[in-house]
Each structure stands twice: as C-alpha cells, then as structure tokens.
Design a protein around this ligand. Structure first.
Ligand code: AMP
Length: 282
C-alpha cells in the first residue's frame, strides 16, 4: 500500500494510474478503523481497479471541541488493517495540507431541508464541515466513486446533493451498516464506552428493530413512542432525536404510507459518548 501525506505526491501517483486507464474508488474516514470501514474498502475493491482511503480527523465538522480532542487516533493499527484488506493507497494528510488557506470555508452550499433536521438540528455547522472536507478530498482524489456507509444515512443524503450541486463526475455508492454480534452499529466512538455502557448500547438497535416489527400494525406515532420508551427504560441513555423519516427528503412521516420505505434514525447520549444509528424499513 502506498501512503501519501502530501496532496501533490498523491495526485502524481493517481494521475499515472488514470493514464493507465485504472478506475478509482475512494472511502474517506477519520481513522480508528473497524470492520465497518473495512466493508467500505472491500466494496471499493469490488467496484474499481484502485482503492483509495483517507484518514483525516476533520476539525471543521466537530461542533463539540472536546469530541474532537477525544476522538480516538490509532493510525498504526489502521494502516495494518488497510493493508490486510487490500487497500492500494492511503492518504493521511496534516490539517494544513487539506486547508492551506485556513479552515474558513468560501462555499455555502444550499442543502435545502436536508441539513436542517436530525443531526443538522443538533450539531450546528456539522454538515457544512462535512461538505467542506468531502469537497476538498474529491477535488484532490477525483475518484470515479465515493463509497460511504449507511450508518451515517443523513451524511450520504448530503453528499449525494453536494455531488449534484457541484456537477461532480463522482458517483456515490452507499454500503450497509456493519454491526457487532449484539446489534450495536460499529463506530470509532464505541471504544470510549465504559463496560456497563457497552452492555446497554445494543438497546439502541433493538429499539429501531422494534419499529420494524411494529410496521403497519400500530400507528407511526405509537411505533415511535415504543422505541423511545425502550431506549429510555435503560435509565442511562438520553435521546437527542428518534424519528421516522422519508428516505429522500428526511422529513418526518406521520403515516406508514407517506413513503415506500422509511428510515428510522436516532442519536443517543450514553455516558459522554454520542451514538447514532438507523435502519431502513420495511
Ligand atoms: P468515520 O470514520 O466515522 O467518519 O466514517 C467513515 C466512513 O465509514 C463513513 O462513510 C461511515 O458511514 C462509514 N462507517 C462508519 N461506521 C460504519 C459501519 N458500522 N458500517 C458501515 N459503514 C460505516
């Protein structure tokens, strides 16, 4: 695996590959890699000749400074995992390399309602930061495909919109959420859970699944309340939001027939860790 820390070195390498008619799939990450990330690498391997991944903890998408400081960093282990899973190129830049003119953004994308709801309503400026870094990374890597996880469902909707707003030639591919055996969605933040919190955490996914079980047997409102009650019953979790939304607009639905498929999404505080998850139903 080639590892590049400088934009120009990476670009020289990728230009040679493109000249040799190699297609490129790109999976951006913030490191602290787990099998969820590795599933993106495997997807890249299947769809393209060359798999590029990046590790960059993007400061502009953290609304909470202590979350940024506490974000786990395990680059040596990450590198080994990427090699083992057949990643061809790792881009691991410093902040200055991504933002040579500073972290202030010149672009103000109009995502309509997509960035106003769910995570957007709870994390001020988060998606502006995500759009800023993904746009910059795409400008550098120019991949045929960007591969992202369903785990961050709203993020995939935002990036799909970004690609259309910027007339990008890159296509987005969304890959399913990888879970621990007990259902907890894999996340870099899971390592920060204390033992008792880790035992509670699978309740999040179980509560989303309870909505699937209730699909069309009770009202949307009742199904939502059921899931909320399930999570709150633990006593240790605080819900930021739990919503049933339209898969494209992300607007809350009130009737099962408002959409053919529905995304049930939630964000939960467990101790000082904030976890998100979602499922698509039916
Ligand atoms: P992150 O490093 O958390 O910014 O995530 C980098 C990419 O990995 C994003 O596209 C995430 O959606 C994806 N990802 C994170 N966790 C999972 C998971 N459990 N299953 C699938 N994809 C994931």
């Amino acid at each position: 695996m080639y590892i590049f820390r400088k934009v120009t070195d990476l670009q020289n390498h990728l230009n040679e590959l493109r000249d040799a008619k190699q297609s490129i799939a790109f999976a951006p990450t913030m490191g602290a890699l787990h099998n969820g990330h590795m599933s993106l690498v495997s997807k890249c391997n299947r769809i393209a000749d060359i798999t590029v991944s990046s590790i960059f903890v993007n400061p502009t998408q953290f609304n909470d400074k202590s979350d940024l400081e506490k974000y786990p960093r395990t680059v040596e282990k990450d590198t080994t995992m990427l090699i083992e899973h057949g990643c061809d190129v790792l881009f691991y830049p410093e902040v200055d390399e991504i933002y040579p003119k500073g972290t202030e953004s010149d672009n103000n994308y109009d995502f309509g309602q997509l960035d106003k709801v769910l995570e957007g309503a709870h994390r001020q400026g988060h998606f502006a930061g995500v759009a800023q870094v993904v746009n910059r990374l795409l400008e550098i890597v120019e991949p045929n495909w960007i591969v992202m996880g369903q785990k961050d469902y709203q993020q995939t909707a935002i990036i799909r919109k970004l690609l259309s707003l910027t007339n990008s030639k890159t296509e987005i591919v969304v890959s399913p959420t990888i879970r621990e055996k007990d259902g907890l969605a894999m996340s870099s933040r899971n390592v920060r859970l204390k033992e008792d919190e880790r035992r509670e955490a699978p309740t999040i996914y179980a509560s989303l699944e309870a909505v699937r079980q209730a699909y069309k047997t009770i009202s949307v409102k009742e199904a939502r309340e059921l899931a909320v009650k399930n999570i709150e019953a633990s006593g240790s979790m605080k819900i930021d939001y739990l919503e049933l939304v339209h898969p494209h607009t992300l607007q809350t639905i009130t009737d099962w027939d408002d959409a053919e498929s529905i995304i049930v999404c939630t964000a939960v505080h467990l101790g000082d860790v904030r976890l998100i998850d979602n499922i698509s139903i039916p």
